[in-house]
Design a protein around this ligand. Structure first.
Ligand code: NDP
Ligand SMILES: CC(C)CCC[C@@H](C)[C@H]1CC=C2C3=C(CC[C@@]21C)[C@@]1(C)CC[C@H](O)C(C)(C)[C@@H]1CC3
Length: 435
């Protein structure tokens, strides 16, 4: 028996409840699981140690390590100082450890917001730790796809009802231009309030980008996994990889240019009602991922020339989409942006101008054109056996033609004769020489 156990046994006068014996003791992880989950089995990783007698109180430490009290006191001060010191030296031009860089001012070391971010980061990690995130099996999504869609539908309906009810108390200045008709069903669908917020939390902006777009990517990944499981593949098929990569690029781009969304019609003009709540929470994740879902049960072999052709088409579509949106956003932010000085513009009575050369001189909605070309590239990997994978192209074509007409009416109201001049100069709406 060791010195510590001896002491412990003296403190705890009760006889030991467990007889010392050779026993397999579970790892720390397994002990924790066992506590949470009565029937958990012992882990494979085990070590054989002699079972010590159970005691009610911890043994008193008599042997001090790490240099004892003085050692740990110095380390408590020196360790943080070492980290900060290394960081300060590293930021200097002369990053020699022998250099003595100027000490940063005390107040430059502290910011309450930054502290808040660190606390949030820790809480977020704690949440991930508590939730069974590591144990989620993505194939669950494929096997519960319809149920997930129904639940999302329910959430979007509940959200729409909440939005409609709260809009009844909203003041006039908070309402969207087209969402106050007095008809319950029309206002419920279109949304009455323009940018409903709970404290500073913008519900529409949040829904437009986050749950739907991220959900779409998660579903796509789940479909790739389901395809591998179903067809006993080591990797997803080339068609599935293409669809996943194209969609990933589109969503990453949306997040990278997040601020651009603020100028889109949905945010600036449309109310937040059933159309967008349903569109964001159900339509986007469950219809935009249809190509990946389709490929799970309908494999399509792609030859190398087809892969090259489809990738090229997506690159062309993405370049047009991105360039057009970036040009317009930069121009609206700063009309005298030097990178756009080569482009021709038409002044309007509002003080704003319209771009009439470059992509915006090719058609009146070059961003829609790029979006449609990409949509085609996303469907082609699924082959030509069914129309279903082309649902997205069809949806987007209808939506963008309708959207173009709505935008045209708004711009004509805003810009009057200047808009007519623009239309005369740029004759085609979306597809050059066709439409
Ligand atoms: N994947 C999907 O399901 C969908 C994708 N989208 C994409 O969302 C993006 C945003 O679309 P949306 O909001 O409809 O439209 P736009 O981003 O094209 O914005 C239209 C506005 O741009 C301004 N504008 C129009 N012409 C010019 C010009 N020549 N020069 C300068 N400004 C001009 C006008 O506003 P102002 O003058 O007031 O600035 C007009 O109201 C698009 O890329 C679209 O493809 C849209 C819907 C669905
Ligand atoms: C349910 C109806 C039939 C229609 C619903 C329409 C909505 C699904 C779309 C309206 C505008 C959208 C946009 C995007 C997603 C689809 C909806 C919500 C968008 C966020 C996709 C990513 C792009 O990069 C974008 C330009 C940011 C898009 C903005 C418009």
């Amino acid at each position: 028996m060791t010195e510590e156990n001896d002491t412990a046994n003296k403190v705890n006068e009760k006889p030991a409840e467990v007889e010392p014996e050779k026993k397999v003791v579970e790892s720390r992880y397994n002990l924790r699981r066992r506590k949470d989950d009565g029937d958990a089995k012992p882990a494979e990783h085990t070590e054989e140690v002699e079972q010590k007698p159970a005691v009610a109180t911890a043994p008193i430490t008599t042997v001090l390590e790490f240099g004892g009290r003085l050692g740990v006191f110095c380390m408590t001060l020196l360790l943080p100082a070492t980290v900060l010191g290394l960081m300060v030296v590293c930021s200097q031009e002369d990053a020699s450890l022998m250099s003595s860089p100027p000490l940063p001012a005390l107040d430059s070391l502290w910011d309450l917001r930054v502290f808040g971010m660190v606390v949030l980061w820790l809480l977020f990690q704690a949440l991930l730790y508590v939730l069974p995130v590591g144990k989620i099996d993505l194939s669950y999504i494929h096997s519960h796809f319809l149920q997930l869609a129904v639940s999302s539908l329910l959430c979007s309906v509940l959200l729409s009802v909440y939005l409609y009810v709260r809009s009844r108390w909203a003041t006039q200045d908070l309402l969207a231009p087209g969402g106050n008709s007095g008809s319950v069903i029309y206002d419920f669908f279109m949304g009455s309030e323009l940018n409903p917020r709970i404290k500073g939390f913008d519900l529409k902006y949040f829904c437009e980008l986050r749950p739907g777009l991220i959900g779409w990517l998660v579903i796509n990944a789940a479909m790739a996994l389901a395809e591998m499981q179903l067809h006993h593949l080591d990797y997803p098929s080339p068609a599935m990889i293409l669809v996943n990569c194209f969609h990933l690029l589109y969503v990453l781009d949306a997040f990278w240019h997040e601020e651009g969304v603020l100028s889109y019609m949905d945010i600036t003009h449309d109310g937040f009602g059933f159309m967008l709540a349903f569109g964001d929470l159900m339509w986007v994740p469950f219809t935009f991922s249809l190509q990946a879902y389709y490929l799970v049960h309908h494999p399509n072999h792609l030859s190398l020339p087809w892969i090259v052709g489809i990738v090229t088409l997506n690159v062309i579509g993405f370049s047009i989409f991105r360039k057009a949106n970036s040009q317009k956003n930069s121009f609206r932010r700063n009309p005298s942006d030097p990178t756009l000085s080569h482009l021709k513009t038409i002044p309007t009575a509002t003080g704003k101008s319209l771009l009439v050369s470059g992509l915006w001189g090719l058609v009146r909605h070059p961003n829609y054109l790029g979006d449609l070309i990409m949509a085609l590239a996303w469907s082609l990997p699924c082959g030509f056996t069914h129309i279903l994978p082309y649902f997205y192209v069809i949806y987007l074509s209808i939506l963008l033609v309708h959207r173009e007409a709505r935008d045209e009416a708004q711009c004509r109201r805003k810009y009057g004769s200047a808009w007519d001049d623009y239309c005369r100069e740029v004759r085609y709406r979306i597809i050059p020489r066709v439409y």
